[in-house]
Write a protein that binds this ligand. Sequence first.
Ligand code: FDA
Length: 440
Amino acid sequence: MSLTAPQRDVPVYDLAGVGFGPSNLALAIAVHEHNSAAGSTPLTAVFLERQARFGWHRGMLLEDATMQVSFLKDLVTLRNPASEFSFLCYLKERDRLIDFINHKTFFPLRVEFHDYLEWAAAKVDGVVRYGSEVSEVVPVERDGVVEAFDVRVRSGDAVSSYRARNLVVATGLQPLAPPGVTLGERIWHSRDLLTNIGQIREADRFVVVGAGQSAAEITAFLHERFPAAEVCGVFSRYGYSPADDSSFANRIFDPAAVDDFFTAPPEVKTMLMNYHSNTNYSVVDTDLIEDLYRRVYRERVAGTNRLRLINMSRLAGATEHGDRVTVDIETLATGELIPLDADVLVCATGYAPVDPFPLLGGAAARCERDEFGRARVERDYRLRTEESMTAGIYLQGGTEHTHGITASLLSTAAVRSGDILTSIATRSPTASAVPAVSLR
Ligand code: FDA
């Protein structure tokens, strides 16, 4: 195990955030507000982000796409409705507050929410190091007790290190490709859609695999952007199914639902996830389903049939050759294999949480896991560890098995950040006594 001994002159942050997406941005704001409050003991923090600037799923910022969560579940409001980091304050500053009210929607455009996130990120810029990829975490041990971590960071060719008493890992999700399919020049994951689409000037066929919100959005986008191309949506369902965003079901995203889920026995956790997965997974907003249906019907009337939905089917394989890709579609009812020659295959096949353990290096061995190898996580999102580790590791994301469906979503980001901050502040009573680190 690689270990470092404490050195006197190394500044120690109270917390280092790994990744700076919305989750750790919400935490940076919570720290800022905590430090600004009269009488509080300030916490020192640094956030390390591998992207060169703030960005939230840039490859999917489609012009028309809207948020799947109310604007009131922004970075702060559920924790502090009076915060100056709210979506409403952002609107006020952008001189759009009254226009947004007249718009009568809870669901802003994703492009607009991205602008909000960038606006908020710019306000806490001093605590963020962009272009900084965390490559390794090394425990700092004194007398057999791990009391801090050295967080190794790569910025281009340079390697630097930050020492912190607590880590908050919020590295998001990793794209999932269908089994046996390798992403490439003409086989993309939905994540990279807008990054790659500029290289396609003309096309005669696109294939989009998946039945979730991203798949439906991409199918509609390609159908509109390439008026001469056929767009084939391929999925194993019979048809796109609507996301359940009805009021009672929506309570599964409430902060209180996290408590209920956390204390529930494993079989009840599984039951809840099964009942309510259709609030988030493999489902599509009703408006978009209706829009796609209208297009299909319009084309049937016109006899063009350019938008083809190939249901009860799965992707059996895909091979790139030059600037084309052969996509093999298996019809589930008959087992028949249909090859489709396409310009691009887009795999809107979802994401999986990033396993935090490889990054944690020597610290991982001191973390407890359940019978499935998953992290054991406390209610305050802290990894349960051996007693010989007083330094804390917190997870934002990757806790669906313990905290429920909101783990990788925005719904509870504000409240979760408050929970983590409170935990760190409570466990660091000597915070003010550590050498303060000047923030950029
Ligand atoms: P996120 O993935 O946003 O950020 C993680 C950050 O960590 C990234 O910036 C990454 O670069 C960085 N990172 C990773 N490894 C690193 C390392 N080793 N070193 C340094 N940095 C590292 N949810 C919702 O509630 N409502 C919605 O409307 C939507 N809409 C939506 C649209 C699309 C297209 C997608 C793909 C997802 C959503 N989501 C969503 C779900 C989504 O997971 C959620 O909105 C946030 O992105 C979660 O924020 P995080 O900060 O946890 O992860």
